[in-house]
Design a protein around this ligand. Structure first.
Ligand SMILES: Cc1cc2nc3c(=O)[nH]c(=O)nc-3n(C[C@H](O)[C@H](O)[C@H](O)COP(=O)(O)OP(=O)(O)OC[C@H]3O[C@@H](n4cnc5c(N)ncnc54)[C@H](O)[C@@H]3O)c2cc1C
Length: 431
């Protein structure tokens, strides 16, 4: 499915007037207040990695960002400790309409390359569940590492700068760009769009990259919030809210995928890694399934308990698996008719049905918390129109798209940064 960036209802999308072709190449270049080989818009994860890579090759590089600080999402990532990569990175950890697109860059940039950089800068780190790597101290270490590498290689970062217009030059031999900014006009040979996705608008996220892409004829795969908590209404919503703060290990699944991970009840709905992961594979209107006690067939367990302890109640059998508050809420929801009945007086079929509700709790989210809290944006620039090797637009020479602005979305676990580094590096090697 495609959509026009202009159709986004999200008000965070900037409306930059622009993009008519510049008529006179030489006079435009002469009039520009500064000139660089590579101009990168977006001083986030992918933009900074691209900048240091290109500058290390001797290219003159300028990174501009409208925010007052570089890498704000890096700073807030991983709960302040930046889950910067994962020991195990496979194409299957990423979604997008073209599942093959991410393979080339990921193969050429494995996690060890970033780990090498982390070690070179003496950043202490540790491994957590599912091979995730986090800083011991602070996400700041990762941002400083990138800024130090940029500074050492000579790439400049200019903040608080808005883009006013982008004009491609109409000269066959040098199809660069004139970029008008709030701080002057810049000529560049290569223009890299690294402006990320729509999540967390308060951190500077905008739909700018989609707008630029569309103006150059690119299609945008419909965007939506990813790695985001689910929300619920009605009775289930009330029940979930009443359990806020409780977390347990579950398997969250649907017809396409399953994730054995912790789940967290919150005042707004269901969160935690299991839910965030599943949200990447969820469409509005679909149900989700949760196995609340993985590895135990609760129907069988209840029938066995009936044979050996016929006077027991269902809640006594299940008490070792749930905190009391959750157990009582599940009782209200799934076996209120049997709550004070001894197992001996409950038919096996009913016990199996109750077991199924525990092992396969099926609920329909009313939605998600949206971009306000989402870690990523699903969808983005259609990757069929971008080179998977160089990240150059197939529609406009010397225009590049990297990072989250593309229709490539990673799992929770360091995959989105790995994509930012890998795409930034591949692009930085050719611009
Ligand atoms: C709360 C949170 C936690 C996360 N934790 C992790 C984690 O631990 N591990 C992981 O792998 N991923 C994590 N992510 C995802 C990860 O941060 C992103 O996928 C990654 O930063 C994308 O890199 P990027 O370079 O494409 O975009 P970004 O890092 O978002 O950078 C985009 C830059 O472009 C700038 N920009 C936007 N619009 C404009 C404009 N109009 N003009 C000029 N500049 C503009 C922005 O200010 C920003 O600096 C997290 C995300 C969030 C929101």
């Amino acid at each position: 499915m495609t959509q026009n960036a202009a159709n986004h209802s999200d008000s965070s999308i900037t409306s930059t007037k622009l993009y008519e072709q510049h008529s006179s190449t030489s006079s435009a270049i002469a009039q520009a207040q500064s000139s660089v080989d590579v101009l990168i818009i977006g001083a986030g994860a992918s933009g900074l990695y691209c900048a240091m890579t290109a500058a290390q090759r001797g290219r003159s590089v300028l990174v501009i960002d409208h925010a007052n600080k570089a890498g704000k999402k890096i700073l807030m990532s991983g709960g302040g400790r930046c889950n910067f990569t994962n020991y195990v990175v496979e194409p299957e950890n990423f979604i997008g309409e073209n599942a093959h697109f991410c393979k080339s860059a990921l193969t050429r940039y494995n996690p060890w390359e970033f780990i090498g950089l982390v070690e070179k800068h003496g950043v202490p780190y540790h491994e957590r569940d599912y091979s995730q790597l986090f800083c011991d101290n602070s996400s700041k270490d990762i941002l400083n590492l990138l800024l130090d590498e940029c500074a050492e290689a000579g790439a400049k970062v200019q903040l608080k700068t808005d883009i006013v217009a982008i004009k491609p030059l109409a000269n066959d031999s040098d199809q660069g760009f004139i970029v008008e900014t709030s701080k002057g006009t810049i000529y560049c040979h290569s223009l890299v769009i690294a402006t990320g996705g729509l999540s967390i608008p308060t951190m500077g996220a905008t739909g700018f990259g989609y707008e630029v892409a569309q103006q150059f004829g690119h299609q945008i795969i419909a965007t939506s919030a990813g790695l985001v908590p689910f929300t619920f209404t009605d009775k289930v919503g009330d029940m979930i809210a009443s359990l806020a703060g409780i977390s347990l290990d579950v398997i969250a699944f649907n017809e396409r995928i399953s994730f054995p991970r912790p789940m967290l009840f919150t005042h707004r709905g269901l969160s935690g890694p299991a839910m965030l992961q599943l949200s990447n594979y969820w469409q509005l209107g679909e149900s989700i399934h949760i196995n609340l006690v993985p590895n135990v067939d609760i129907g069988e367990l209840l029938i066995e308990a009936k044979a050996y302890h016929p006077k027991q109640l269902i809640r006594s059998v299940l008490s070792e698996y749930f905190p009391k508050k959750l157990l009582l809420a599940l009782q209200d929801l799934h076996w209120s008719d049997f709550k004070d009945k001894e197992l001996a007086n409950i038919k096996d079929e009913a016990l199996i049905t109750i077991g199924d509700k525990i092992n396969n709790w099926t609920i329909k989210p009313s939605g998600t918390e949206g971009y306000r809290t989402a870690e990523v944006t699903r969808g983005g620039v259609n990757t069929d129109e971008v080179s998977s090797k160089t990240f150059e637009s197939k529609l406009q020479p010397n225009l590049y798209f990297i990072g989250e602005v593309l229709d490539v979305t990673g799992w929770l676990g360091g995959y989105n940064f790995q994509w930012a580094w890998a795409s930034g590096k591949a692009c930085g090697e050719v611009v």
